[in-house]
Design a protein. Structure first.
Length: 103
């Protein structure tokens, strides 16, 4: 229905879908929407990391942060809190040091 009403390229709608799917535990669906449309917006990255953390998929959250860096998307304070939470769960000291550079 989103495409039918011409809202497929609306970032707000896409972010709402990412959030809805992640809150329902459907991270594959959320990631599909994110990968197709949302990579330029730091809020979208935060939504995905938050969803991964909520589902205790900490490795995916850490990998997403690394991908975010490769895409030259600058993290916000929320991003840093999310990734620090995830890296503490996976005990990734190197990543924690990389995140500390942003502080």
């Amino acid at each position: 229905h989103v495409e039918k009403f011409g809202l497929g390229s609306n970032l707000y709608v896409q972010n709402a879908l990412v959030q809805m799917y992640s809150l329902c535990g459907l991270m594959d669906m959320a990631r599909g929407i994110f990968d197709r449309r949302c990579k330029e917006d730091v809020f979208s990255w935060n939504l995905m990391m938050s969803g991964y953390n909520r589902m205790k998929q900490y490795e995916e959250s850490v990998e997403l942060f690394t991908e975010m860096e490769r895409n030259f998307v600058f993290p916000t304070s929320v991003t840093l809190l999310l990734v620090l939470s995830a890296c503490s769960k996976v005990r990734d000291k190197d990543l924690c040091r990389r995140v500390h550079v942003y502080v």
